[in-house]
Structures are given as C-alpha cells and as structure tokens.
Design a binder for this molecule. Structure first.
Ligand code: ZN
Length: 392
C-alpha cells in the first residue's frame, strides 16, 4: 500500500527534528518556572502557527502560564483533539538543562521524551496531514498545557470542555521503552496525614506525653500495607516531618504526605474509607489526633469501547508505516488522558516517540521514532479524513 507522499517523506526530516528538539529541550520550562513556560509557549506558537489557516489562542490557566490552543476547521463535523504538555519536572535551578547525543539515535535532555518529543511528533504529523488530499474533511485542535507534571490544576477546565469540540483525542505522552502505547492509567491522589499528640518532658514519670511521631508511624506502616488487601491500589509514603530539635521532649506534632493510586474508579471510595477507619484506630490507640486531608485529583483512565475500535485502526496504520508491532498496556502513571476520560472524551495515549528514564537526568528519546510516530498519526488522520475510519 502506497503512503500519501507527505507522510512517506517525514523520515527525511529526522535531522531537522533532532535539531528543533534540542532547541526546545534547552528552553527551561519547569512547571514552576512561569517565565520559561512563556518562552516555551512562544517557541511552540511560532512553529504550530505556521500551519496554513491555523488559529492560535493563548488560554489563561489559574496559577500558572497560559496554555496554547491551535485550531483548524472548527466547523468540521469530525474533529480530533491532539493533547500535550510543555512543562517538565526540571525547574530553572535543576542541574539538568542541556542536551547531549548518547549515540547516533538517542538524545539525552530535559523533557526530550516527556514530552517535547511528543509535541514535535504532533507538529510533524499535523504538517504532513495538512498536505494530504482529504484534510479539509476534518478539523482539529492541538491543546498544549503548562502544568501536567503538577496535576493540570490550572488547565483542567480545558479538558472538561474538550468533548464539546472533538469526538476523539490523541495524547502524545511518550510510548513505553519497548514501543507499547497506553491502554489505561491509574488514577492519582495524595493525602496529608497530620498527627497531634501532647508534649511532655521525656524523663517524666509517669509520662503523660503522647508521641505524635509514634502515632503517625503506626498509621503509615499499616497504610503502606493496604495494597496487599486491595488489588489495583498503590500507596507510597513520600515524606515525613515531625518533632523538634530537642530530643528530651515527647513530640506533639508529625506529618507525612502519601501518594495514592487506583486502577478503577470504584476503588476510590473504599480506599479513602479504609484510611479514615485506620486514622480513627490509631488516634484511639495512641491518644493522639490523626487527621487526613486530600483525595484524588486525577481519576483512573479506564478503557472505553470506542478506544478498542480506534486502537485496531491505529495498529493497522502502524503496520503500514513500518512501526514494529506493539501492544496496549496498563500503567501506574497518570496523564491528561485521565482528565479526558473523566470528561467523557475517548482517547489513545502514549502516542509519542520511544523514550526512557523519564523524570531523571538520564531521560532520552530515540529520535528516529519521532518521524515514525508522526507518520503513524498522520496516516491515521488521513484515513479518518478519507472516511476509512469512523468514530461512530
Ligand atoms: Zn508527560
């Protein structure tokens, strides 16, 4: 089967993609660095804004930099959302700021896979798709947000309104290291556990102090074993703080933060109820007050029926552009795919290039897979525009 020539020619641009990715990755856009996010958005605006006919909007996000939405043919009956974030976990003061080639294929740098490489895949796919013969039949939005790594709190409203503008979404988070794409993701949340006891001199007999550190520790040890009794659940104690400089005092305060993950929406309420019961038990046992605050910010991304159908078409397109066969896997990490699913917009996630060691100074992307995955996305859009794939 012959590919439309703009799609077939994408791999010729691999060197150009590598150079642009270095430029983007070396613009620091840590989630907390608003000036850097503004610079990164300007760089994206420059490239995406060159797509003929595209309109570009900057959309305010509470507490952070604006998001960018690039749109074409808003009136089209069939519309697709392409989603990606331009923030990274590497802040302005992080030592990891520069790119280096590990070999001819692999580029190491901040956000090269997660997910500036994904944004580049999206850009290249749209550029090629717009030159295919049926492009006028469908419309699209590229929605680029500045706060995914911190939970998309400021941009969440853009995902909630997404189903009014599109019938399906493609999320360009990196593919797994073996090329697999994402079938479903766990939902994520956090809890702050705060224990208040009673201070007393450590040597007082009998000691009427109530040790907040011991109360909290008891809670954390049991809480971290909850996954053994509830399948699909993950609990991580992320940090702990308590007591004061004087060790001859029974400490009256301790606090810790926990990361929570669930596979299914139905696991959320029982997990939180289990923790509440546990906090009450510990409070009674130690004579302390253990309070829990927090909850889930991203619900799990569970697989929807339309996604099954579209994934089959995605795999056919992959075979036709020569992407080695991959499968569809569950992952513990959340993304904006979770928010899209919660809003009711079916989506495929993990469609970006292959990379690994995300969120570390060892992060790398396999640069040739940018053109390859862009070919796949462009061919998929072409078939959708040609009426060979339906979203009904
Ligand atoms: Zn990401």
């Amino acid at each position: 089967m012959a590919l439309p020539s703009p799609v077939a020619r994408l791999p010729e641009r691999s060197a150009e993609f590598g150079a642009l990715l270095v430029k983007w990755a070396e613009i620091n856009s840590g989630s907390g660095h608003v000036a850097g996010l503004d610079r990164m958005r300007a760089a994206l605006r420059e490239e995406f804004g060159r797509i003929p006919g595209a309109t570009v909007e900057e959309l305010p996000c509470a507490g952070t930099a604006a998001a960018l939405r690039v749109s074409l043919r808003p009136e089209a009956k069939v519309r697709v959302l392409l989603s990606g974030h331009f923030d990274t976990v590497f802040e302005a003061d992080d030592p990891f700021q520069r790119c280096q080639w590990l070999d001819a294929e692999r580029l190491n740098g901040p956000g090269v896979a997660d997910m500036k490489g994904g944004l580049l895949t999206m850009l290249a796919a749209l550029q090629a798709f717009e030159q295919t013969p049926h492009a006028a039949n469908i419309g699209w939005d590229a929605l680029l947000n500045p706060d995914e790594e911190t939970g998309s709190h400021g941009s969440a409203h853009l995902f909630r309104e997404a189903p009014r503008r599109a019938q399906f979404a493609l999320v360009f988070e990196p593919a797994r290291p073996n090329g697999d794409v994402v079938h479903s993701r766990k939902g994520t949340g956090s809890l702050v556990a705060t224990c208040r006891g009673r201070a007393a001199h450590a040597a007082k007999i009998p000691n009427d102090g109530r040790n907040a550190i011991l109360g909290l520790s008891d809670f954390l040890l049991v809480a971290s074993k909850v996954p053994a009794e509830m399948s699909g659940v993950l609990v991580n104690v992320g940090n702990i703080r308590g007591g004061g400089p004087a060790t001859n005092v029974v400490p009256d305060f301790a606090t810790a933060e926990l990361d929570l993950r669930v596979t299914r929406e139905a696991e959320r309420a029982p997990l939180l109820a289990r923790f509440d019961a546990l906090a009450a038990e510990v409070s009674a046992r130690h004579g302390v007050t253990l309070e829990l605050r927090g909850g889930f910010n991203r619900p799990p991304k569970e697989c929807l029926p339309l996604e099954e159908k579209v994934f089959a078409a995605w795999q056919r397109a992959a075979a036709d552009v020569g992407v080695p066969r991959f499968s569809w896997v569950h992952t513990g990490g959340a993304s904006d795919g979770n928010l899209l699913t919660a809003a009711g917009l079916p989506n495929l996630d993990g469609l970006g290039p292959i990379g690994d060691q995300l969120h570390s100074a060892r992060e790398f992307v396999v640069v040739s897979t940018i053109a390859q995955r862009a070919q796949l996305a462009a061919l998929f859009l072409h078939r959708l525009a040609a009426g060979e794939i339906s979203l009904g």
